[in-house]
Design a protein around this ligand. Structure first.
Ligand code: KG4
Ligand code: ZN
Length: 338
């Protein structure tokens, strides 16, 4: 078998991305054209505009990924593409491009679940995470605790019952007057705040590994309404207190899940895994107990196509091939629920 040269394509939200990855771990190129600047003035992604932007960007981005990698299209072993979850119109742009390439080049097409992609960003390193492990996926749309016994062997242990962690960051950002996307700005603001200044509730959940963040988000909003116009210090204190509450809940449940399964490895995935306070709190909780922690570098935590190529590589090796009638599935799950 060849080394496994995979072209990954990602367009599930507001990043048009293409990457070439060898052997599921060596990133030869990773091109991300972000539409974040475009959507700042709207305070969020406008799906119709995003789809049109993807259409403009997709071919140049793919061309750049292949050129930067220094490989010929004919050398690829497979085309891996996100087919859900995400916005249907934006997903279709990447998916159509991937199908056209697969058909034109006569290469296998491998559809990848975006969340599985986030998880596999952790495998884009020489020293691979060791199984069995517990993975915390924290993105804009999902918060899941997953047990992985090996590649493709996943069990859902818990998830958010309401808002995703990233969604809570984005909503809190808005209520303290910060722009889109909120997570990185809340993190920045929290640096000059006191995390103990504002007492905030963290909801109890019946499931031992489930999360709930909507009460926390509401408490932040009520604090803002009650206090009136906030001073800069009050805003920073609120951001720090909120970040402490979210990371506290994430750390507590992740540690509990790791201990329940007796794993020696935890990995973090998704946009919120870029958060420095979360990484540090996790490390402080896990390392003294002999549990190794790993997470991707920040650029591989947020949406990119290298992670899609990495996940696609393992699917391709396992023999997964999709037909050209593969469809975009906006609500695609990991197939682990229920
Ligand atoms: O994984 P991602 O790029 O896209 C989805 O698949 O949803 O995650 C985006 C989310 C957004 O909610 C964003 O605010 C959050 O990740 N995020 C962060 C940070 N960077 C991105 N949240 C907290 N701290 C950060 N540094
Ligand atoms: Zn994502």
């Amino acid at each position: 078998m060849s080394e496994g040269l995979i072209l990954g394509i990602e367009s599930s939200c507001d990043e048009t991305a293409a990457a070439v990855v060898a052997g599921g771990r060596r990133v030869l190129s990773n091109i991300v054209a972000s539409q974040v600047d475009l959507f700042r003035k709207y305070g969020g992604v406008v799906p119709e505009i995003a789809s049109r932007k993807h259409l403009e960007l997709i071919l140049p981005v793919i061309r750049e990924a292949v050129a930067t990698a220094g490989v010929g299209l004919h050398e690829l072993d497979a085309i891996a593409v996100t087919h859900g979850p995400g916005l249907v119109g934006t997903l279709l742009v990447g998916l159509s491009a991937a199908k056209a390439l697969a058909f034109g080049l006569d290469k296998p097409l491998v559809g990848v679940n975006h969340l599985q992609g986030h998880i596999y960003a952790n495998f884009l390193v020489e020293l691979q995470p060791t199984f069995p492990l517990v993975c915390l996926v924290v993105s804009g749309g999902h918060t899941d605790l997953i047990y992985m016994a090996g590649h493709g062997e996943m069990e859902l242990m818990g998830r958010t019952l309401d808002d995703a962690a990233g969604e809570a960051f984005d909503k809190v950002a808005r209520s303290v007057g910060l722009g889109y996307p909120g997570g990185p700005q809340v993190e920045q603001l929290a640096r000059s705040g006191n995390p103990e200044a504002v007492p905030l509730p963290v909801a109890h959940t019946d499931g031992p590994f489930d999360f709930s963040f909507s009460g926390l988000k509401t408490a932040v909003l009520q604090y803002v309404q009650r206090t009136g116009p906030l001073s800069d210090q009050q805003r920073a204190d609120l951001a720090a207190s909120f970040q402490r509450a979210v990371t506290g809940a994430l750390v507590e449940k992740t540690l509990k899940a790791a201990e329940e399964k007796g794993v020696r490895q935890v990995i973090l995935a998704g946009g919120v895994a870029a958060n420095g306070a979360l990484r540090q709190a996790m490390r402080e909780a896990l390392e003294p107990r002999g549990i190794a922690l790993s997470y991707p570098p920040p650029v591989l935590c947020t949406d990119n196509a290298a992670m899609i190529a990495a996940a696609g590589y393992h699917l391709w090796r396992a023999g997964v091939r999709h037909d050209l009638d593969l469809n975009a599935v906006p609500g695609l799950g990991l197939g682990l629920e229920g």
